[in-house]
Structure formats: structure tokens, C-alpha cells
Design a protein around this ligand. Structure first.
Ligand SMILES: CC(C)(COP(=O)(O)OP(=O)(O)OC[C@H]1O[C@@H](n2cnc3c(N)ncnc32)[C@H](O)[C@@H]1OP(=O)(O)O)[C@@H](O)C(=O)NCCC(=O)NCCS
Length: 168
């Protein structure tokens, strides 16, 4: 069973909140998201995505069997990095380990490389996030290095891994 990526809809807010209102998900993301994460927070996010610049923001719901199971986005960098973009994603805990995120990462990278002038997509998971590193490797990303002591999350200093996929 594969997943699909599609544009966000306002009616996705409850499913989005259900997936994200989980510390096992939030603890692997950057700070700035509220906890508890409510449907109102989800609605704000969806509205911000729907009004974002379509040249710079490529953000999608991930669905499986018509249900929204996660979120994925590629965000263009600026200045001299304007042909580079950062990838971020998460999937609701009940759907982990089924290959969905590997498929979603492949789909969004194909879409961005085919429809924009972006030539490099990178991701920076926490080094301890083995599942995310594995997803990137399965999707063809190359490990470019370890960013040592690169973040403080929940009071702990963490290394991060730098992965990138470059357009052929
Ligand atoms: C990381 C995450 C996106 C993975 O999504 P997913 O749909 O479960 O990923 P997939 O099923 O495509 O692949 C996961 C791979 O990691 C492996 N894996 C999972 N947990 C693991 C662990 N603790 N140690 C080693 N490998 C692990 C799986 O076995 C699988 O690899 P395999 O196909 O070789 O067996 C999901 O767990 C998640 O959303 N986590 C919370 C948020 C997050 O970490 N976002 C990424 C921030 S950079």
C-alpha cells in the first residue's frame, strides 16, 4: 500500500493535529510548535501554507487510503542558496514503519526537481534519529557529514546529520 502527497485542505486540520500532538513526533522536530498541538494550530498552519509563495514553498499532506497520515515540505533557501531547498517531514506514530515516508520523500523530490529550478534538497535530522536517517538513505540522499553540537533540543546538545540529494 503506497501513500500519496497532495495539497493541504482546511478540513485536514483534525487529522493534522492528531498526528502532530505527540511528543514522540515533536521531540524530533525543531522548536516552535506548541504542545498540546490543537486543531486550531493545525488550521493556522494550513492557512499559512495555502497563502505561501508557490515559488518557494512546496508543502503537502501525506495520505494513505484517503486518510491524512503526515506532512512533508521542501522550502527554498534564499540569497546565493536560492537553488537549494530544505526538506522536513513527519508521520503520525500509528503509521510508522510501513515505508510511507520513504515513498513521500521520493515523490516530493521528484516533483520539485521536475517543476522548479531547485537542484539540491537537503535535510538535517538529529544524528540519533536513526529512522529518519534511514528514510533519507533509502530515498537516495547522500550523507555529507555530521554537524557536531549543532542543536539544543529539550536541554540536550545534539549532533545532526547533513544529507543531500542533488539533481542528476
Ligand atoms: C522518521 C519518520 C519520518 C520515519 O517514517 P516511516 O514512514 O516510519 O519511515 P519508513 O517506514 O519509510 O522507513 C523507516 C526505516 O527506518 C528503520 N527504523 C525505524 N526505527 C529504527 C530504529 N530505531 N533503528 C534503526 N532503524 C529504524 C525502519 O526499519 C525502516 O528501514 P527499513 O525499511 O530498512 O527497515 C517517522 O518515524 C517520524 O515521523 N518520526 C517523528 C518525526 C521525525 O523524526 N521527523 C523527521 C525529522 S528530520
Amino acid at each position: 500500500m503506497d501513500c500519496l502527497i497532495r495539497k493541504w485542505r482546511l478540513e485536514d486540520k483534525d487529522a493534522l493535529a492528531e498526528n502532530l500532538n505527540n511528543l514522540k513526533v515533536l521531540n524530533n522536530l525543531r522548536d516552535g510548535l506548541p504542545y498540546p498541538y490543537t486543531p486550531a494550530d493545525a488550521e493556522d498552519y494550513i492557512l499559512s501554507i495555502l497563502s505561501a509563495d508557490p515559488e518557494n514553498t512546496f508543502a503537502f499532506a501525506i495520505t494513505a487510503e484517503e486518510r491524512v497520515i503526515g506532512s512533508i515540505g521542501v522550502f527554498r533557501c534564499n540569497n546565493i542558496h536560492f537553488r537549494t531547498a530544505e526538506l522536513g517531514y513527519y508521520i503520525g506514530e500509528p503509521y510508522w514503519g510501513k515505508g510511507y515516508m520513504t515513498s513521500a520523500v521520493k515523490q516530493i523530490c521528484r516533483h520539485v526537481f521536475e517543476t522548479t529550478n531547485i537542484v539540491r534538497i537537503f535535510a538535517e535530522p538529529f544524528a540519533q534519529n536513526t529512522a529518519s536517517c534511514r528514510v533519507l538513505e533509502k530515498a537516495g540522499f547522500q550523507l555529507e557529514g555530521t554537524l557536531r553540537s549543532n542543536a539544543v533540543k529539550n536541554g540536550t546538545m545534539l549532533d545532526m546529520k547533513l544529507y543531500a540529494l542533488v539533481k542528476d
